[in-house]
Design a protein around this ligand. Structure first.
Ligand code: PMV
Length: 368
């Protein structure tokens, strides 16, 4: 990603050629006075990524170890919500440490597994201090793992001086969280399903944010972290849901239809296929044993609210991930109407709004 994309595509916004900025190259820390002999070396970089919202959903793995998706998905990358992650590789650190929103996190093993892949590529054993900040609720169905792992891979690759293409960053991010592969790119993004002959997959950008600037209004109905994580939920659905095979078999057609709708800026078709994909995914989860229900009462009321708005002529559709929040997609000129209607639904405790934004990028430093 650093020295231009090896696949010939433009580097993500804000990516710098190697060595063009402080922090891209190892910082030599020396003792005072001559001889100036390096005491130890710190390699550090910070990246920002935004969560993405899937319109055609990913739910289910073809292969769990490599984290290969059983179904293809299509998403929009947001711009107002972000994760900023600083990674510092330091030979004086004995074990990786991970802080999320200034607190030590229990997710360190997932971070270490991700960093191990990058350490393998760079040929180093050096441990890292990772500090990450989200400007939105974490683990509550707002795709924090997508922005989190996209930012982690980009920052770690930069800190290690690895010159990775967007595709390579996407593959690495996908190994930790399928949806993270999509947050590497901005706008409308596709992640293909893996078939039996595929050993690895990466997301690809489909349409730039500026080409169809839709907005996403998010109705927050709970800020509690979800009880069942998406990986566990997918496995449980695949193993026990009578509807899982039907979900997988019908997903490819949804992706084709959504891709066509995006390229044609056909809002009505995108609304139909997105709501269908979302409801089929949740139907498959609910049919698991025991059924997996991420919704609360306000989630259902928001669905009815969005449908009533559409009946009244407002172009808007909903989608819901592995959590109780409802995301309503509409052209920006209708966002105020959608916000007002969702804010009036009993049980909605907050409303967030975001446009569609760019992909992961290196930034100068972590914000205070
Ligand atoms: O990337 P994961 O493993 O957190 O799974 C994401 C699953 C959904 O958010 C429910 C759907 C999607 O495509 O983002």
């Amino acid at each position: 990603m650093t020295a231009g994309m090896r696949d010939g595509t433009a580097p993500p916004q804000g990516a710098h050629p190697r060595g063009a900025r402080d922090g891209a190259e190892p910082i030599q820390i020396t003792t005072a006075g001559p001889p100036a002999r390096p005491l130890f070396t710190v390699m550090e970089a910070t990246a920002q990524a935004q969560p993405n919202i899937a319109l055609v959903k990913y739910w289910g793995k073809r292969e769990p170890v490599s984290n290969l998706p059983a179904v293809g998905s299509l998403s929009v990358t947001l711009d107002e919500l972000w994760t900023r992650t600083r990674v510092r590789f330091d030979e004086t650190i004995a074990a990786d440490r991970f802080e999320l929103n200034t607190r030590a996190s229990a997710e360190t093993s997932r971070v270490t597994a991700c960093l191990d892949r990058l350490r393998g590529l760079a040929g180093t054993q050096r441990r890292a201090l990772v500090s990450s900040r989200n400007n939105f609720p974490t683990g509550a169905g707002l795709a924090s793992s997508a922005s989190g792992f996209a930012a982690l891979v980009a920052a770690a690759a930069q800190a290690l001086g690895l010159e990775l293409s967007g595709e390579e960053i996407s593959r690495l991010a996908r190994r930790s969280s399928g949806s993270a592969a999509r947050s590497v790119f901005g706008g409308f993004v596709e992640l293909p399903a893996a078939d039996s002959s595929t050993a690895d997959v990466a997301a690809t950008p489909l349409l730039a944010a500026s080409a169809w600037p839709l907005g996403v209004t998010i109705a927050i109905t709970s800020t509690k972290a979800k009880a069942v994580g998406s990986g566990e939920g997918m496995q449980h659905t695949a193993e026990t849901s009578a509807y899982y095979d039907a979900w997988v078999q019908t997903a490819a057609a949804d992706l084709v239809e959504a891709r066509r709708a995006v390229l044609a800026r056909d809002f009505e078709t995108l609304a139909t296929v997105s709501e269908r994909s979302c409801l089929k995914m949740h139907a498959a989860m609910m049919a698991a044993q025991p059924g997996l229900v991420y919704w609360n009462g306000a989630t259902v009321e928001c669905v009815h609210c969005v449908r009533a708005l559409r009946e009244s002529g407002v172009p808007v559709f909903f989608t819901i991930d592995a959590g109780p929040q409802v995301k309503a997609v509409s052209p920006p000129e209708h966002a105020a109407t959608v916000r007002k209607a969702l804010a009036a639904v009993p049980g909605v405790i907050d409303i967030l709004h975001s446009g569609i934004g760019g992909g992961v990028r290196i930034i100068e430093s972590e914000p205070s």
